[in-house]
Design a protein around this ligand. Structure first.
Ligand SMILES: Cc1cc2nc3c(=O)[nH]c(=O)nc-3n(C[C@H](O)[C@H](O)[C@H](O)COP(=O)(O)O)c2cc1C
Length: 232
């Protein structure tokens, strides 16, 4: 596969709004998180962790158009729960207050060579709180279908808009993950353009999420987030 360049995706994305959900309500705000919406897209949201532990409550917040990033967010959340943290996994648009959290994982799907606007806006709007707690960023994209030094560099460039928008927030770590291509979740225009682009690049339809890599990255957050204390 030829590497997907930033410019190519921006060009393709300039005529696209995202997945089908993105067209139901502008900005992908369907208000149907946690349930499949009309397009059959499930935006995962959950809470886990035992309530008898003192201390650390972690937020895993994410933005998505086709649902893939929610699965990644939940896997990160579950990994942190398994080590004793309380974790809320939420779409960014459903997080009203970040101040109760002692650490935050913030992630986004990549559309048009960037985090989604609501994730960038979330980092910017909450940067006064986020700069005081450990924060980790992650993204899902299709460029990493081929994991090479060159595609890693492209994936890193996708983080630039959020780093620029919220410069005071210094992530303790950044995770770069390959996502999924599911044409059934895209509206007809997006599907047509993406199919043609992906054919050109030799990227097949499929779910390429690497759960081992995601879990292993999440485990690396335990130390910077501070191991939770067990009480009682
Ligand atoms: C409209 C659109 C634009 C996209 N633009 C990019 C891009 O610029 N770079 C990239 O690597 N992947 C791009 N992708 C692929 C998505 O980032 C990838 O499929 C991701 O897993 C989608 O996450 P989601 O299901 O949570 O929305 C794009 C996908 C769509 C539908």
């Amino acid at each position: 596969m030829r590497d997907l360049t930033r410019r190519e995706f921006v060009l393709a994305g300039s005529v696209l709004a995202g997945c089908a959900a993105g067209l139901l309500v502008p900005g992908g705000r369907t208000g149907l998180a946690g349930k499949a919406n009309a397009a059959g897209i499930d935006f995962a949201e959950s809470s886990c962790g035992a309530k008898d532990k003192a201390g650390k409550k972690i937020l895993v917040a994410y933005a998505s158009r086709c649902g893939t990033t929610g699965g990644v967010a939940e896997a990160i959340g579950r990994t942190l729960c398994d080590t004793g943290f309380d974790v809320d996994t939420r779409l960014v648009k459903h997080v009203e207050d970040v101040s109760p959290y002692s650490a935050v994982v913030l992630g986004s799907a990549i559309n048009r060579a960037s985090w989604l606007p609501e994730a960038i806006e979330f980092a910017e709007r909450n940067s006064d709180v986020l700069k005081r707690v450990p924060v980790a960023y992650f993204l899902t994209c299709i460029t990493l279908y081929n994991d090479t030094a060159e595609t890693r560099k492209i994936a890193q460039s996708y983080m630039e808009p959020v780093l620029k928008a919220a410069p005071a927030v210094r992530p303790v770590d950044s995770g770069f993950f390959v996502g999924a291509l599911d044409y059934s979740k895209m509206n007809v225009v997006v599907r047509m353009v993406m199919k043609s682009k992906m054919k050109e690049k030799g990227v097949p339809e499929g779910d390429f999420r690497n759960w081992g890599a995601i879990t292993s990255w999440a485990k690396g957050l335990i130390a910077p987030f501070g191991k939770p204390k067990i009480v009682g």
